[in-house]
Design a protein around this ligand. Structure first.
Ligand code: GUN
Length: 295
């Protein structure tokens, strides 16, 4: 068997078309233009690529966009002042501070300062708490993108054994929580593995749906999965450069070998990555509608 390739690029394209339409209608019927600000501190090359893609995508969809590129030695105080300014700017419905931040800035202080109603990343404790409780809130973009790609490919989660590798605040913890919730797209039995897990392969071999978010290239090998597994690979690992100087990417899963056993698998690149950015756009539209009392 060779797996169905779950193309995030294709699914994201469909969702973006829907969003473009919705944004045009918001403008036409209500004179509302959703606004997103992206804030990048320092010159991390991967972060620059991500922020560039977020800015480009928002502009393409008709979202009003602002971008701040701050030097690496920006003080926490100055960054807090910028967040505060954006909180007060009615043109901006969403605020995205790209992570990781330089070491001298306390990440939590910055994330907690973002107005939860503008927290389109879904990182504020208010939104994380609401997510845990199953209340309406901004869902963090990568887990949100995973739910959406499963839904749009009619992959059932109810009653399934879901194994998540990695316990980050951005991916592992939230997706594990979302998959066990009592609602459509949830209702799974969830196991969360991490660096102290004794026998990771024991768990991965039992998985109906395996989510890899560890940042170790090709860690999941074919002998670690069962036939018919569905794989969501969140890893974006730079494993070398082409002659032209472009990064060669690999996921956390040994794609070529594992695709022969899986029933469905997301590629890297072109899998979860494009979904993440698209969910940020979806959250920004949701924020604009909420701010206008349309939700
Ligand atoms: N760094 C890696 N992923 C993300 C994300 O989803 N949002 C932000 N703000 N920073 C990130």
């Amino acid at each position: 068997m060779s797996a169905k390739i779950l193309s995030g690029t294709e699914t994201a394209k469909t969702i973006r078309e829907e969003l473009k339409q919705e944004i045009a209608e918001l403008k036409e019927k209500h004179n509302i233009v959703p606004g997103l600000v992206t804030i990048l501190v320092g010159e991390d090359p991967a972060s620059e690529v991500y922020v560039g893609a977020k800015e480009r995508t928002s502009k393409n969809l008709g979202i009003y966009s602002e971008r701040y590129d701050m030097p690496a030695d920006t003080s926490e105080e100055d960054l807090l002042a910028l967040v505060d300014k954006c909180n007060k700017n009615d043109k901006l419905n969403g605020i995205l501070v790209q992570l990781p931040l330089p070491k001298h800035i306390n990440e939590a202080n910055i994330l907690y300062a973002i107005d939860p109603d503008k927290d389109v990343d879904g990182f504020h404790p208010v939104n994380i708490g609401k997510m845990m409780l199953g209340e309406k809130c901004f869902l963090p973009c990568t887990p949100h993108g995973m739910l959406e790609i499963l839904k749009r490919n009619n992959i059932e989660t109810s009653g399934k054994e879901v194994v998540v590798l990695g316990r980050s605040n951005i991916v592992g913890k939230p997706i594990a929580n979302l998959m066990l919730q009592k609602r459509e797209g949830g209702n799974a039995t969830v196991t969360l593995c991490h660096t102290r897990t004794k026998d990771t392969a024991f768990h991965t071999k039992r998985a109906d749906i395996l989510i890899a978010a560890v940042g170790v290239p090709k860690m999941v090998t074919a002998d670690m999965v069962k036939d018919g597994v569905v794989i969501l690979d969140v890893g974006v690992n730079r494993i070398g450069k082409t002659a032209e100087g472009k990064s060669i990417l690999a996921g956390d899963v040994d794609f070529e070998a594992v695709k022969e056993k899986a029933s469905a698998i997301t590629p890297v690149p072109g899998g979860i990555g494009p979904m993440t950015i698209t969910m940020l756009m979806m959250n920004t539209v949701q924020a604009a509608k909420a701010a206008a009392g349309l939700l």
